[in-house]
Design a protein around this ligand. Structure first.
Ligand code: GAL
Length: 666
């Protein structure tokens, strides 16, 4: 049961993780003074503080926390109070070593870092419930506490445990799902490689085995692990709702990076009162601002299109990559306002004060080792002022232009072993199509396969399906309805291949998508590393494709827009267009990148009647609107000033590397 609308209680948030337990008391006064100076409105408190709150079993030390919360409150700083259940104390593990997770290979991980949790362990669950209850009893009605922060980043660094307790819990979960071992055998296709089960107790987690484990077993274990962690979240949430009514409950997601790929955020988004996300720039040679925009769009989509909050990002460099560049001047503000453009109700950081000790001491913070005489501090204080000036933004919603399907379940399935090519990569295609749309300055609303019936061609004239290897029942009918009502659909290869058990949809590929696409695929023919083929359009243009080719057989009313011009599939369609009802369904049967992929996306955009804004590359124009008016965020990632066109026909300047927010009042 969700709590009150979160933005009624929360300030427009600016602040970060605050870990006063790492510092002597003398520092706290200075912290609060400097927080005020920087315009901090909220901090996330106590995330890793269990061993400080409960130093011995059942002995609680509240004094320090009372004092810190009191000081913050006096200074007008709101508290996002954490349940510290991501790191139980050493005494807990000494008494309950079986709460430590076990790897696939049977190695029990040790205490000494963080997040070492077996989510099925009953002692862990009981201890988590107790500490949550104590915290909620003590601070549940404290006026400073405006948000509860359960745990930290479920799924990272470990989600899945393979211990005996998990094995038993998995069997219970399977029993509820299938009812009988016969049904399970059917769903898992267990006759393959002689894996038929006659008794629930014969079933184990997908532990280390001589070769590939049954894919359906792996998928169910993934679902089970996700559900076990989610059950621990909801258990804490329910305690908080009971003891701290009206205060919203969140847990910080990490929707975009692959560390948390095991979490199905569509399901989690329904359980929190406020969706919050953590986002860090990954230095891998790609454009970090495109990944940031994707993460923000995805978080907003998980939040049902409504407001959400960026709970963590870095002010400058992180410390956990092989190389950790500092952010350039202005980049932190661009990142923060970029998230806010896409729906975040503020910008928060990890962390307030840079640590002296521990594994993260070289990770940047709002208050760096160098103190207030630093560029980072000056930029933090500037940003605090900027965020404060945007208070009216609260409650407004970002306007999405196009829709794209995102499925964690399909990603899990596709990334299993022994696919037609080991270079198939669902995430790579999602990123590539997103980037092509980003380069046309379009804002993307992501949609779960189960929510496709809600996509309205009027609101979202283009729907992109970059890779939906695993397509659940119902998807085909929803897509057909979308297209017949006038939508433009763009589907890329290796979609619609299996059901939720990784069982191939019978009949020719692409199973349930055959009718909407107006074609069949007779056989896949993946390309070898380094191998490319040419794709030629009817008007003689060419694209260069790699990774994948296949034998497409178009139906009568399906047009071949481009065909493979060389390679083993020469002469067969590579890009098709199928008019259906009032709309059109496009299919791309190979991998295109860069300008070639953009050209195909442009064809679909033209069919959809979408004319992209006339802006230079790496300039974003994102709109938030609501009762307080329309806010146009122009984010300039380039090194030169740009001019953006406003609705009144005027052109407004956005400085190099800067962000401007243009308002039309209502
Ligand atoms: C986050 C985590 C923080 C901190 C940060 C460093 O994933 O929630 O506690 O470790 O990474 O970048």
């Amino acid at each position: 049961m969700p709590s009150a609308a979160p933005h009624d209680r929360l300030p427009l948030a600016f602040g970060g993780d605050y870990n006063p337990e790492q510092w002597p008391q003398e520092v706290w006064q200075e912290d609060v003074r400097l927080m005020r100076e920087a315009g901090v409105t909220m901090v996330s408190l106590g995330i890793f503080a269990w061993s400080r709150i409960e130093p011995r079993p059942g002995t609680y030390d509240w004094e320090w926390l009372d004092q810190v919360i009191g000081m913050l409150h006096e200074a007008g700083i709101a508290v996002d109070l954490a349940t510290p259940t991501v790191v139980p104390p050493a005494w807990f593990y000494r008494a309950h070593p079986e709460a430590l997770p076990v790897t696939r290979e049977g190695v029990r991980l040790a205490f000494g870092s963080r997040g070492a949790i077996c989510h099925s362990d009953p002692d862990y669950r009981a201890a988590a419930a107790t500490i949550t209850t104590r915290l909620a009893e003590r601070y549940g009605s404290h006026p400073a506490v405006v948000l509860w922060h359960v745990h930290n980043e479920y799924g990272a660094p470990v989600l899945t445990c393979y211990c005996d307790t998990c094995a038993a819990a998995f069997r219970v979960w399977l029993r509820e799902r299938y009812g009988s071992t016969d049904k399970l055998n059917d769903a898992w296709g267990a006759a393959f490689w002689g894996q038929l089960y006659g008794d629930w107790d014969e079933i184990t987690p997908p532990r280390a085995t001589p070769t590939v484990v049954n894919p359906a077993q792996q998928l169910d274990y993934q679902r089970f692990a996700d559900a076990a962690a989610r059950a621990n979240f909801t258990a804490e949430r329910d305690i908080l709702h009971r003891l701290s009514p009206g205060v919203p409950v969140t847990t910080n997601f990490m929707v975009a990076p692959s560390q948390c790929q095991g979490i199905d955020y569509w399901a989690w988004g329904r359980e929190v009162d406020l969706v919050t996300n953590d986002h860090y720039l990954i230095t891998d040679g790609r454009r970090t601002h495109v990944n940031l925009a994707l993460a923000a769009d995805l978080t907003r989509s998980v939040a049902g299109g409504g407001p959400w909050l960026l709970l963590e990002q870095s002010t400058s460099g992180v410390n956990w990559q092989p190389h950790n560049p500092a952010k350039a001047p202005g980049q932190m503000a661009r990142n923060s306002l970029g998230h806010m453009a896409r729906g975040s109700e503020g910008a928060m950081f990890f962390q307030w004060r840079q640590s002296r000790h521990g594994a993260e001491k070289f990770h940047s913070a709002m208050l760096p080792h160098g103190g207030t005489g630093t560029r980072v501090w000056r930029e933090v204080a500037d940003l605090g002022r900027r965020v404060a000036g945007l208070a009216d933004l609260r409650g407004t919603r970002t306007r999405g232009d196009v829709a794209m399907v995102w499925s964690w379940e399909s990603w899990w399935a596709q990334d299993l072993e022994w696919r037609p090519s080991q270079d198939l990569d669902a995430r790579e295609r999602l990123d590539a199509f997103y980037e092509a749309l980003y380069d046309r300055h379009l804002t993307v609303d992501f949609v779960a396969p189960s929510a496709l019936s809600s996509v309205d061609p009027e609101r979202h004239p283009l729907l992109v399906v970059p890779q939906l290897y695993s397509a659940p029942a119902g998807v085909a009918a929803d897509l057909e309805r979308y297209v017949s009502r006038g939508g433009t659909l763009l589907v890329s290869f290796f979609s619609g291949i299996v059901d939720e058990h990784d069982a191939v949809h019978t009949g020719p590929y692409p199973g349930p998508l055959r009718d909407v696409l107006g074609l069949t695929v007779e056989e896949f023919d993946p390309l070898l590393p380094g191998e490319t083929v040419t794709v030629r359009t009817a008007d003689g243009g060419t694209y260069t494709a790699d990774l994948w080719s296949e034998y497409v057989v178009p139906g009568d009313d399906c047009q071949t827009v481009a065909a493979f011009a060389d390679g083993r599939t020469a002469g067969h369609p590579a890009l098709t267009r199928h008019p259906l009802g009032e709309g059109t369904a496009w299919y791309l049967a190979t991998r295109l990148t860069g300008a070639d992929l953009a050209a195909v996306v442009d064809l679909a955009l033209a069919d959809a009647g979408i004319t992209p804004a006339d802006l230079p590359r790496d300039v974003e124009l994102v709109v938030r609107e609501g009762e307080s008016g329309v806010f146009r965020f122009a984010v300039n990632h380039t090194e030169t000033e740009v001019k953006v066109l406003l609705p009144d026909g005027s052109r407004a300047a956005v400085p190099a590397g800067g962000v401007e927010v243009f308002r039309d009042r209502r």
